[in-house]
Write a protein that binds this ligand. Structure first.
Ligand SMILES: [Zn+2]
Ligand SMILES: [Zn+2]
Length: 286
């Protein structure tokens, strides 16, 4: 690499600066792709990150990827569906879009945000074939060869967590979920749902201090609760997710470091839980 080039500058920044300084976590709202299905895309939530996924998916489809999309919607709050009007593949007449959720009003929510008052292109102008499937809690179903199960989570208008398993490897997507530590029955259900997971993508919007003092009943959880649940469930890796928008990059980095330290302190002979912190564009292999 020649010194003085942008690539050399980027390499220097990566090796000499901490993440919050050189990289930044980004600000896209919830949208996570899981690459596990036979010939189909699998995407959790349709937050603002969906626009960029759509661009990437179109590129992969041009190279031969099948044009079937399985979406898994945790709930219909705006930060989880706002990317959909900007999802290019919805205009592809050769695409099939299957929306899985625990909410019977998923289609309503997507249509409503494309009403003329909010967006110039109505839902009926989209050209992809759509299917909306409502799933019951605790009843496994197949999507592209992956077995998927829902759990109901405590959140305004309810939300769903998703358990994905294939060939003995499992991922949990559990965001917008407030864990009530005084409700042991509910927490036992989450321990069972997270059991032995290779990766838990978990709502850790607040620090524990915020959760117990200011933001109880705001429908989100803390980094501490997430570690405790993952330990109890014997999960292998935890991704801190759904960062509080008012936190700076430095705040998020500090919370990540504190979570890693907390995990070490309370590990008590268990195998280590690998704690990572989500950022826009993060890729993880299991
Ligand atoms: Zn929400
Ligand atoms: Zn949210």
């Amino acid at each position: 690499m020649t010194s003085g080039t942008p690539a050399a500058a980027a390499a220097f920044a990566r090796s000499h600066l901490d993440f919050a300084t050189y990289g930044a976590y980004g600000g896209a709202t919830s949208c996570v792709e899981i690459e596990a299905a036979d010939g189909a895309f699998m995407v959790c939530d349709m937050g603002s990150g969906l626009r960029e996924f759509g661009v990437d998916a179109a590129r992969r489809c041009a190279a031969g990827h099948p044009r079937t999309y399985h979406f898994f919607l945790s709930h219909m709050h705006w930060d989880h569906i706002m990317g959909f009007p900007f999802f290019g593949p919805a205009f592809d007449p050769g695409a099939t879009i299957i929306v899985h959720s625990g909410h019977p009003d998923a289609e309503d929510a997507l249509r409503r945000q494309q009403d003329e008052i909010s967006f110039p292109v109505p839902f009926d102008w989209l050209r992809a074939k759509f299917e909306f499937v409502v799933h019951a809690v605790g009843e496994p179903f197949d999507a592209g060869g992956v077995t998927v199960t829902l759990i109901r989570q405590h959140h305004s208008h309810d939300s769903s967590g998703f358990h994905f398993v294939r060939d003995g490897r499992s991922v949990i997507y559990s965001t917008d979920s407030e864990h009530k530590l005084d409700n042991m029955e509910s927490e036992a259900a989450f321990e069972a749902f997270f059991a032995g997971a290779d990766l838990v993508i978990c709502d850790t919007m607040y620090s524990l201090g915020d959760t117990v003092s200011l933001k109880q009943d705001w429908g989100h959880s803390s980094n501490i609760v997430a570690v405790d649940l993952c330990h109890a469930a014997g999960a292998r890796r935890l991704a801190l997710f759904h960062h509080e928008p008012s936190y700076s990059d430095a705040d998020i980095q500090r919370m990540h470091a504190e979570t890693v330290r907390y995990e070490e302190l309370v590990r008590e002979g268990r195998p280590a839980l690998d704690v990572i912190c989500a950022y826009d564009g993060l890729e993880i292999s299991l």
